[in-house]
Ligand binder design. Structure first.
Ligand SMILES: O=C(O)CCC(=O)C(=O)O
Ligand SMILES: [Fe+2]
Length: 330
C-alpha cells in the first residue's frame, strides 16, 4: 500500500538501520509433510518467519507446538507511521468529544509522561479510520485470515473490534504493563463456555528488546487443561516473572499470532518517559455468528472487571507516590 502525503505520528518508533532484525527463516524446498512438521517443531523459539502467500506446513507445526509465531515486518515504515498518526488523530477526536466508551467498551485514558491525557487502550479502532479498515483487509493478510478459518472475517464491530494498545511509563501512568492473563477468559465471559483454539493476531509498532519489557508468553500453555487456563495464575493480577516465559522481541511492523488460551503478559519498561512507549494492535478474526456492537451496547461484565482492576492498580500505585502523612505521636 503506498501513501502519498505522509502524516507524521507524534511519537515515531525508533528506526535504527544498524539494528536490523535477524533474517527471516528461509524454508528448504520440497520437504515432505513429516519433514516439515519435524523442522517446525525443532526450530528455535526466537525464529522469525516470512509471511508469504500461504502459511507453510513448517509454520503450522511451529504454531501448533508453541502456540505462537512471529512474522518479520509485515507492515512497512510508511504504514506504521500512518497507523500511529491515525491513532493520534482519533485520540484527539475522542478527547475533544469527551468520549470515554465506544460501543460499551471503555476507552482507557490516563496521563502521559508530560502529564497530559493519553489514550492507553481503545477498541473498534478501524471504525474510526478508513485507512486502518483497508489496511487490515490487505491481500497480504489473507493467509492469516485463512489460518483462523476459511470463513473468518474481520470483526470491526464485534467483540472489542480492532484493539489499539499503548503502554507508557510515567509516575502517574494508567498502565505501563498488563499482568498475566489468557485471552480465553474474555471468550468465557462473552460465550459462557471454554473456547476451542483461538488465534489472536497482533501488530507491533515499536522496537522492543527483552530489556525494554514487552510481550512475554509461556510457550506451550495453549494446550493446558481448562482448569490451568482459568486458574494457574490470577488473571490480570499475578505479575511476577515465570522461569518458562519467553520475551517476544519486536521490530516495528512485526506481526504475531498467539493462541488465546496461552498465558501471556506485557512487562513494563524500566524507567519512565517516552522512551518506554510500546504500541500494539490486535485484529479480531471472527468465525461465529455475526454479533455487531452498537452505540447502545452495554459494557460487558468482563470489561467492567478488567477496567476496575486496572484502575485499582493505578490508584494503588499513585498512592505509593504520595508523601507519607506522619503519624500523630500519642
Ligand atoms: O500488547 C500486547 O502485545 C498484548 C496485549 C494483550 O495481551 C491483550 O490486550 O490482551
Ligand atoms: Fe492478551
Amino acid at each position: 500500500m503506498s501513501m502519498t502525503a505522509q502524516p507524521a505520528p507524534r511519537h515515531p518508533p525508533r528506526w535504527d538501520p544498524a539494528d536490523a532484525p535477524p533474517a527471516a527463516f528461509v524454508e528448504p524446498e520440497g520437504l515432505s509433510a513429516e519433514a516439515a512438521k519435524a523442522l517446525g517443531e525443532q526450530l528455535p523459539l526466537a525464529t522469525r518467519f516470512g509471511l508469504g502467500e500461504a502459511i507453510t506446513p513448517v509454520q503450522d507445526a511451529f504454531l501448533a507446538k508453541h502456540g505462537f509465531i512471529i512474522y518479520d515486518r509485515v507492515a512497512d515504515r510508511d504504514e506504521v507511521n500512518t497507523i500511529l498518526a491515525e491513532v493520534d488523530r482519533i485520540e484527539a477526536d475522542l478527547l475533544a468529544k469527551g468520549e470515554r466508551k465506544i460501543f460499551g467498551v471503555p476507552v482507557w485514558f490516563g496521563l502521559d509522561p508530560d502529564g497530559h491525557e493519553y489514550l492507553f487502550r481503545m477498541g473498534f479502532t478501524s471504525v474510526y479510520s478508513d485507512f486502518l479498515a483497508g489496511f487490515v483487509r490487505d491481500a497480504r493478510f489473507e493467509p492469516i485470515r485463512c489460518l483462523i478459518g476459511k470463513d473468518a472475517r474481520i470483526g470491526d464491530r464485534e467483540k472489542d473490534g480492532v484493539v489499539f494498545n499503548r503502554y507508557v511509563r510515567a509516575e502517574s501512568s494508567l498502565r505501563p504493563n498488563l499482568a498475566w492473563h489468557t485471552d480465553a477468559l474474555r471468550d468465557v465471559f462473552y460465550n459462557g463456555k471454554m473456547p476451542g483454539p483461538m488465534l489472536n493476531v497482533g501488530l507491533h509498532f515499536d522496537r522492543i528488546r527483552p530489556t525494554d519489557g514487552g510481550l512475554r508468553l509461556l510457550p506451550g500453555t495453549h494446550t493446558q487443561s481448562a482448569w490451568s487456563t482459568l486458574f494457574s495464575k490470577i488473571h490480570f493480577v499475578s505479575d511476577g516473572p515465570d522461569r518458562r516465559e519467553l520475551a517476544v522481541e519486536t521490530w516495528p511492523g512485526d506481526l504475531t499470532v498467539h493462541d488465546g488460551r496461552m498465558w501471556h503478559r506485557v512487562v513494563a519498561a524500566p524507567g519512565t518517559g517516552w522512551s518506554t512507549l510500546r504500541r500494539s494492535m490486535y485484529v479480531p478474526y471472527v468465525a461465529d455468528s455475526y454479533q455487531p456492537k452498537s452505540e447502545d451496547s452495554a459494557t460487558p461484565l468482563y470489561m467492567r472487571i478488567f477496567d476496575t482492576i486496572v484502575r485499582w492498580k493505578a490508584a494503588r500505585k499513585a498512592a505509593q507516590f504520595k508523601p507519607q502523612i506522619p503519624q500523630k505521636i500519642q
